[in-house]
Design a protein around this ligand. Structure first.
Ligand SMILES: *Cc1c(COP(=O)(O)O)cnc(C)c1O
Length: 459
């Protein structure tokens, strides 16, 4: 243990920023299962993937062997506009809780998109530009990913077409305007502009849309326009790779002060921020160099890891994306309209699913009223108004810190604070008015959705 006094914020110098991403799959003995082609149900080839995704990103998606991948110079210089992100010692929260635990959080909300998603958006836009494409298409649920991608595309002068889940399009008009300010075109999904959108609207009239639907529309838009590819803000292995910048920076900052975390916590929607935060630490665990507890936190309304099944499933409602083996609630599962839009996804990153299945990571689910109570307490002492998604991690970090108070243990807790909640004031309003409820799906509802999982012959 070092005697150095730990500052409130630990910043890396620019020259100390990581210059390579870390690919945790390289250190996994048992790798995540391969992606399957939805038409043939056979492992998908690079060539098949390249019809939908950018070439270099396909290479990253399929790369299970290279542990370190160079971050191109242009991406590094974009990162420098808003990185390194601070590692904050939550002295005020510790005091408020009266805990002997030491709490740190890595804050990713310091950019206009308000979340960590920009770390992967700039990488994906960069490779699209390198390939000479005209533009990219994507979906957005809560709006953070669409905002991040529109910023990245504006910087690189690429066209950006966003399919935004209809309910968010209506509830979050200002997110939409931020995207348009950065030059993106935003279409509420399901829409009449795609075949799959028209089909879903005919089947479910009056639907508010879902992430799974919007993905199908964005994929169709990419594959039917010359010079376009589809990009995705979470779930994929390439996204975890780009997000490893979070964990690499956090680890480097901690090492400056000889700090070693005991518990690392992150919220998990598709798994990208959590995967990125834990990757370098997980690498040490996999190589037998160190041990850590990792905790994924998911909403009780959409509990993929804690109540889903580990199986091949579609990543989207329209069944056009490759299938992935993952913890899933079924691609037909319609999560209740909780206020953490970024966590309302039926599946989970295949890498995190495999790590969880091997017992290398834990998962817990939490109810949204308790999450907002934690968010409020955090905002009052630490100043930052957290995103509802991020607040899931806050809630569990506080629970662990309170456990230390009971046992007297001085554990070091690190959690990912993925973003700010300024566009989520409707949710905070519901909470402040005492009108927020908790919705937990019944076993029967989950069984009904998981029963419809595709039956896969041995791939
Ligand atoms: C999208 C989002 C998440 C969840 O996505 P992951 O891929 O699981 O990280 C969490 N927090 C914020 C602020 C987000 O925008």
């Amino acid at each position: 243990m070092s005697n150095k006094e730990i500052p409130y914020k630990i910043y890396l110098e620019e020259h100390e920023m990581p210059k390579q991403w870390y690919n945790v799959r390289a250190d996994m003995k048992k790798k995540p299962a391969p992606l399957l082609n939805p038409k043939t149900m056979q492992p998908i080839t690079a060539e098949e993937l390249e019809a939908v995704f950018c070439k270099e990103l396909v290479k990253q998606e399929l790369d299970e062997t290279n542990a370190y991948i160079d971050i191109p110079e242009e991406i590094l210089s974009f990162y420098k506009m808003y990185r390194p992100a601070p590692l904050v010692r939550a002295y005020c929260l510790e005091k408020k809780l009266g805990t002997p635990a030491k709490i740190y959080y890595k804050f990713e909300g310091n950019n206009t998109s308000g979340s960590h998603k920009l770390n992967s958006a700039i990488a994906q836009a960069y490779y699209a530009k390198q390939q000479g494409l005209k533009g990219v298409t994507t979906e957005t649920g809560a709006g953070q990913w669409g905002t991040a991608l529109s910023m990245a595309c504006a910087y690189l002068d690429l066209d950006c077409q966003v399919y935004m889940v209809k309910v968010s399009y209506e509830q979050k008009p200002f997110r939409r305007e931020v995207m348009r300010t950065y030059g993106a075109s935003v279409t509420p999904s399901p829409s009449e502009t795609t075949e799959v959108g028209r089909k879903i609207r005919a089947e479910f009239p009056g639907t508010n849309g879902s992430l799974g639907c919007a993905i199908s529309e964005a994929v169709e838009a990419a594959t039917t326009q010359e010079g376009y590819r589809y990009v995705l803000g979470s779930v994929l292995s390439q996204v975890l790779l780009h997000q490893s910048i979070i964990g690499l920076e956090a680890k480097a900052a901690m090492e400056k002060y000889d700090i070693k975390p005991d518990i690392i916590i992150g919220c998990a929607g598709g798994g990208s921020n959590l995967g990125g935060l834990i990757s370098p630490f997980m690498g040490e665990k996999l190589r037998g160099e160190a041990d850590y507890r990792f905790i994924a936190v998911e909403p009780a309304s959409c509990p993929s890891l804690t109540r889903g099944v580990y199986a091949y499933d579609y990543c989207d409602t329209g069944k056009v994306c490759p299938l992935q083996k993952m913890y899933t609630l079924g691609s037909g599962f319609m999560p209740s309209s909780s206020h953490a839009g970024g966590l309302r996804y039926h599946g989970m990153s295949s890498t995190l699913s495999e790590l969880y299945d091997q017992g290398l990571m834990e998962a817990v689910s939490v109810e949204q009223t308790s999450v907002f109570a934690a968010a409020q307490e955090f905002a009052r002492v630490e100043g930052i108004l957290p995103a509802p998604e991020s607040s899931h991690a806050i809630k569990v970090a506080m629970d662990e810190a309170l456990r230390c108070k009971e046992t007297g243990e001085e554990k070091t807790i690190l959690f990912g604070l993925t973003g700010t909640g300024y566009f989520d004031m409707y949710a905070y309003q519901r909470f402040n008015d005492g009108k927020m409820g908790d919705y937990i799906p019944t076993d029967a509802e989950i069984a009904a959705a998981t029963e419809k999982l595709p039956k896969i012959e041995k791939a």
